[in-house]
Design a binder for this molecule. Structure first.
Ligand SMILES: Nc1ncnc2c1ncn2[C@@H]1O[C@H](COP(=O)(O)OP(=O)(O)OP(=O)(O)O)[C@@H](O)[C@H]1O
Ligand SMILES: [Mg+2]
Length: 340
């Protein structure tokens, strides 16, 4: 549905030095499948918003090509490019609603601009409001709504023009955890019931874990890692990805937690993986039995990613020292070891 080929965006640097430049997006190539929910995660300043604005040509790339639904936006004339852009909806962190317009007026606004007859504008806006569960608030003003409701208005406005793609820039970052969950559930319905491809930018890996199929990790304008959410969560490679994944899984005790565990547990600690491919778990549980080792659980962080279990457990091993040594050696040979 969306393809970026070696896309870069270079700005004049803000430090004011003449001629100095800043690469906000640096040679990014990505393919986003039709019907998928694609997450882009990265720290502040990584280039996520710039990347999103390149997808709908709000920013013109300095180099590279942006293809939407097979059409190279850079090669299209103004009229056809506008038509493609109209098939892309956008949702913002701060909702960007008109305060002086009613909820219905906000949702109807982009439809009015497109020149549809009034009756149809109204029918479509009402339908979009029904979809997001706000039909009964049509006559209210944004200020009379909660943050989560305002974001649902923002989503209804984006849906009213029947887009094929929805771009969400930190759509839940201004919301509390409960409301975040509700908005994410709504986006999931947008994807599964309406078949709309969603590109979602966030700095929270939990959001990615919640609804994305695939994810790209950005740093300094570059995509440093990408793949299916399960693969990236279970085998993160780039240090930035590793720290994002840890922040969502909480599965490995950090330095301070490990100190506390050591104080509490006198024995040897080892952190072992738990994953959807249960072979990994079987391997170390079989080894534990073979070496006749007993254990107690010091820390456990196992959750679900894309409906499959993932995480790790930290065990305090109990048994003769040489049996523990032999266990750890075999574990290391199997590539599963992470002596805590
Ligand atoms: N118009 C511009 N002129 C110069 N520099 C810009 C411009 N727009 C963005 N930048 C710079 O490009 C970099 C990437 O910005 P961008 O907004 O894409 O990051 P982001 O990943 O969305 O960050 P955040 O999580 O804070 O929203 C930043 O360092 C920013 O200062
Ligand atoms: Mg941003």
């Amino acid at each position: 549905m969306i393809e970026l080929r070696g896309v870069s965006k270079v700005y004049p640097a803000r430090d004011g030095k003449r001629g100095s430049q800043f690469r906000a997006v640096d040679e990014v190539s990505l393919t986003i499948r039709e019907g998928s929910v694609f997450g882009v995660v990265g720290h502040s300043g990584a280039g996520k918003s710039t990347l999103l604005r390149l997808v709908n040509y709000l920013e013109v790339p300095t180099s590279g090509a942006v293809l939407v639904d097979g059409q190279d936006l850079g090669a299209l004339g103004e009229r056809r490019r506008r038509a493609v852009r109209q098939s892309i909806g956008m949702v913002f962190q701060q909702f960007n609603l008109f305060r002086s317009r009613t909820v219905l007026g906000n949702v109807a606004y982009p439809l009015k601009l497109s020149g549809l007859p009034r009756a149809e504008v109204r029918a479509r806006a009402e339908e979009a409001l029904r979809f997001v569960g706000l039909a009964e608030h049509a006559r209210r003003y944004p200020e009379q709504l909660s943050g989560g409701q305002r974001q649902r208005v923002g989503i209804a406005r984006a849906l009213a023009t029947s887009p094929k793609v929805l771009l969400c820039d930190e759509a839940t970052s201004a919301l509390d955890p409960q409301t975040t969950g509700e908005v994410l559930a709504l986006l999931q319905r947008v994807n599964s019931e309406l078949g709309i491809t969603i590109v979602l930018i966030t700095h929270e890996m939990d959001v990615v874990r919640g609804i994305c199929d695939e994810v790209a990790v950005m740093e300094d304008g570059k995509v440093v890692e990408s793949g299916s959410v399960y693969d990236v969560f279970s085998r993160p490679e780039h240090p930035t990805t590793v720290s994002f994944v840890r922040s969502a899984l909480h599965d490995v005790p950090d330095g301070a937690a490990l100190e506390r565990l050591r104080a509490r547990h006198g024995g040897r600690l080892v952190t072992l993986p738990v994953s959807g491919d249960s072979a990994g778990t079987h391997e170390w549980s079989r080894l534990l039995r073979r070496h006749e080792l007993d254990f107690s659980i010091a820390h456990a962080g196992v959750g679900e990613v894309q409906s499959r279990p993932l995480g790790s457990v930290t065990l305090e091993l109990r048994g003769p020292d040489d049996a523990i040594d032999a266990f750890l050696t075999e574990l290391a040979a199997a590539g599963k070891a992470a002596a805590a």
